[in-house]
Design a protein around this ligand. Structure first.
Ligand SMILES: [Zn+2]
Length: 252
């Protein structure tokens, strides 16, 4: 299976999201124990300070196991070097997309500065993942508006709307052909409803591993086990955990 939403440890930020210290090998142990073949890894420090240093550190982390971990960098659209940094992370660092966190990073998805960033990601065959589910910034409808401005770019709702916006997330995905929904931190009752009603080929799964307070990532492992209680069919499981992420990321 492919876990589409995990994080590096917080090396430099005093993150209120906590998170244990762990190295790449310990992270691979979590993946092995949970049956995760490949993981999309997002920066933790970059959530708070989307700097080139955070992207370099993320790239070094995933480079320890390049067959298993796929890095997505981060940029702040209001910084003058945002497009250059996006280009660098895709072509030099070998990252596969960007993670936006409008809520923590303090910008609106309607800002025009996002457009050349999205064009750069798309030109490199990449993917945009955005945090979602926490108004006022990061609502699914705002992310869907960005996706509609770039109809050829795959855009992922990183959290399926969480508790407050999952109905909006489902509606946005139904109406936006290049919008994907990652069930990650989405409450189980919502996950069940989403699986029943969302286009099956645009649902993904993520654990948010890396934010756990233990190197063993117990909380993330519990999220993998939770899938069995969602009334998921074999077809839905294959689509969400294997076919859909594989189609987006390429490779095996
Ligand atoms: Zn996350």
């Amino acid at each position: 299976m492919i876990d589409f939403h995990t994080h590096t440890p917080a090396w430099r930020s005093a993150s209120w999201l906590a998170g244990a210290a762990f190295d790449a090998d310990e992270f691979i142990s979590f993946m092995d124990d949970s049956g995760v073949d490949r993981a999309v890894v997002l920066s933790h420090d970059g959530l708070f300070d989307p700097s080139s240093q955070a992207n370099d550190e993320l790239a070094a982390f995933v480079a320890r196991h390049p067959q298993r971990m796929i890095g997505f960098g981060s940029v702040s659209p209001r910084r003058p070097d945002a497009v250059v940094e996006t280009e660098r992370m895709m072509s030099v660092l070998g990252l596969r997309g960007i993670k936006l966190h409008p809520w923590l990073q303090g910008f609106s998805l309607h800002e025009a500065a996002l457009d050349p960033i999205c064009e750069t990601v798309q030109a490199a065959g990449g993917i945009v993942v955005s945090h979602d589910g926490t108004p006022p910034y990061s609502t699914p409808a705002q992310i869907a508006a960005l996706a509609r401005r770039h109809p050829e770019l795959p855009v992922v709702l990183g959290h399926g709307g969480l508790h407050d916006c999952w109905r909006e997330a489902l509606a946005a995905v139904a109406q936006t052909p290049n919008l994907y929904l990652c069930i990650c931190g989405t409450p189980p009752y919502a996950a069940r409803y989403i699986l029943e009603h969302a286009p099956q080929h645009r649902v993904l799964f993520g654990t948010d591993a890396g934010l756990s307070d233990k190197p063993s990532q117990d909380y993330a492992a519990a999220r993998v086990r939770e899938i069995a209680g969602w009334g998921i069919t074999a077809d839905q499981r294959q689509a969400m955990l294997v076919d859909n992420p594989q189609r987006l990321l390429g490779g095996r």
